[in-house]
Design a binder for this molecule. Structure first.
Ligand SMILES: N[C@@H](CCC(=O)N[C@@H](CS)C(=O)NCC(=O)O)C(=O)O
Length: 231
């Protein structure tokens, strides 16, 4: 896809959700064990959960499940009984769950201040705007492209409302590359340590421990992922 078109449509996706996932909200307890999320970028229901993670400043291990993906889709079916996404594993609470609204409520009860914000509480309106956000990207981040499997997961600093981060997450998803999602939305307490590590406050920022690579710039990251992992 043409870069200007990519950025414009990704920005439209953010606008369809009125920027939800740009700013951190009221935070509660922090998880000891890593949250695990099985999802795919083109799925509107998964977007709701990713917004929740950004607002609650929660990191997660993301296992991408693009359509046709041979690796993590069957794992979800083994664990939960069906291939439906999003699917959250929270070892802190001893729960594994489907259903975006249930996941969002769980996250707010456990790691927030009780009730999700309006943007994630409007039922059909929330779902329709999330579907609109997915539609603007014309199926990007929904289907598997055969790729090499990295030995170690990659790490991505990101937040949901950033159009540039979305473009990178789409590619990670299509290539079925698992990654630590490090959320650093505006107001995130993690921003300071991120800047100390990376040198500046800019996302997306990708670290690939398999190749000893760390980089900014969504276009460069996408080119790197394609060069390194597409078979
Ligand atoms: N009510 C569910 C709907 C989830 C849903 O329909 N997810 C779709 C993807 S957007 C799905 O899992 N489809 C099966 C598939 O992709 O194989 C929720 O909110 O989580």
């Amino acid at each position: 896809m043409n870069r200007a078109f990519d950025v414009t449509t990704s920005l439209l996706a953010t606008m369809a959700r009125l920027g939800s996932g740009a700013v951190v909200g009221g935070l509660g307890a922090r998880p000891e064990k890593t949250l695990e999320l099985y999802e795919f970028e083109g799925c509107p229901f998964c977007r709701k959960v990713r917004e929740a993670l950004s607002i609650l400043d929660l990191d997660a291990m993301v296992y991408p499940c693009p359509k046709g993906g041979p690796r993590f889709r069957p794992e979800v079916e083994r664990r939960g009984g069906k291939q439906q996404f999003p699917y959250l594993v929270d070892g802190n609470a001893g729960v594994e769950m489907y259903e975006s609204d249930d996941i969002v409520s769980h996250l707010w009860q456990r790691y927030g201040t009780g009730r999700p914000p309006l943007a994630l509480s409007l039922g059909p309106l929330t779902d329709v705007s999330a579907m609109l956000a997915s539609a603007t990207r014309l199926g990007s981040g929904a289907s598997y492209r055969p790729a090499k499997r990295p030995d170690k997961p990659l790490e991505l600093w990101s937040f949901e409302a950033s159009p540039f981060c979305r473009i990178v997450r789409e590619r990670l998803c299509e290539l079925e590359i698992p990654y630590w999602l490090r959320n650093v939305a505006k107001g995130s307490p993690s921003r300071e340590s991120f800047v100390a590590r990376s040198g500046k406050m800019m996302v997306p920022y990708l670290v690939d421990p398999n190749q000893g690579v760390a980089m900014f710039e969504s276009a460069d990251i996408v080119a790197y992922l394609e060069r390194t992992y597409i078979e």
